[in-house]
Design a binder for this molecule. Sequence first.
Ligand SMILES: *Cc1c(COP(=O)(O)O)cnc(C)c1O
Length: 403
Amino acid sequence: MTQSVDRSHFDQYMTPNYAPMSFVPVRGEGSRVWDRRDTMMIDLTGGIAVNVLGHAHPALQQAVTEQASKLWHVSNIFTNEPALEVAQMLVANTFADKVFFANSGAEANEAALKLARRYAWQKTGGKRFKILSTLNSFHGRTLFTVSAGGQPKYREGFEPAPEGIAHVPYNDLQAMKDAIDDTCCAIIVEPIQGEGGVIPAHKAYLEGLRALCNEHDLLLIFDEVQTGVGRTGSLYAYQHYGVVPDILSTAKSLGGGFPISAMLTTENVGAALQVGTHGTTYGGNPLACAVAKAVLTEVLKPELMNNVQARHEQLVDGLAKINQELALFEEVRGAGLLIGAGLVPQWQGKAGQLMAAAQEAGVLILVAGPNTLRFAPALNITEAELSEALEKLTTALRQATNS
Ligand SMILES: *Cc1c(COP(=O)(O)O)cnc(C)c1O
């Protein structure tokens, strides 16, 4: 028998690598969540850009329960219908010809980086292997992806790190150009740096990277783990920018809360993953894919993308209004429903404090580093939910700035 648990048990039983909020959600509906005492919060975190359709969405409930009564897992010795259907949808709606399924963003990026190396190895016999990445980027926590990421604090103490990776400043095309040599095989970049502070790439930067990759025969990898699946108002952010990668990773929102990720690529590049070169036990499992199919079906509806645009404007206007009164934000940036509010110098370092104040007032928000408040709500958040959230946020930030 288990005894009733609360937040204090986290410190007792869990490794201390997270510092969860005091609020312990037990159920959710749409963009609202409740704890055991029935305290309600409006959720603007969307499970960190995962709960793309909010909590307990009827179509996802139906997909998971229907599939749960049929077939959960078959291994990669077999293929399965939900996986083939999701792959077909991804291919039909993106640049990609080929799909590899995994379970997390890090694993999709791990596959992308391994594919880039393997493709270059086949063409050049190991002369080209170096991955170029950007400072401040985030690509996951496996040793390869945390090394590709541009935040050295996340690899501290885990060395020796994999070799053959270099980092240059983001949105600096000349720096990338200068870093290219004849050992390079790929560039990996987030179209909008999410964890790094919600920093959008300039269109000319992504266009320039595409041109550099064409010129030097490098693969362009877009990490769309955070920006994908409708988050920026198009299915993938590359479509919004009009710059097409060779490899794209997608996760977070793809399962709407069920763990699944995918790496998308072209016929030519994907061919480097011959039988036996890569794999994962759960990747493309029918249960996860049944949910992803339901997610994509909803996200591909124009009404949902229209809501992203309308709620984007509502959120940005709301933050501007808060700023007129409190002068907290230096800049509000991002696209669709991935919005960052960069704090003015006197509030820098205190994003966590403001996030906690928001929770006190009944609204859950995110930070992206110590200097940025981040908002990544469900794409189907309603006008009423968002306006209630903005009211609570205004109250919270008024109190925080007055005390
Ligand atoms: C969250 C994230 C990852 C890592 O995804 P996990 O599912 O945590 O492994 C990788 N890249 C980006 C851009 C992310 O936002």
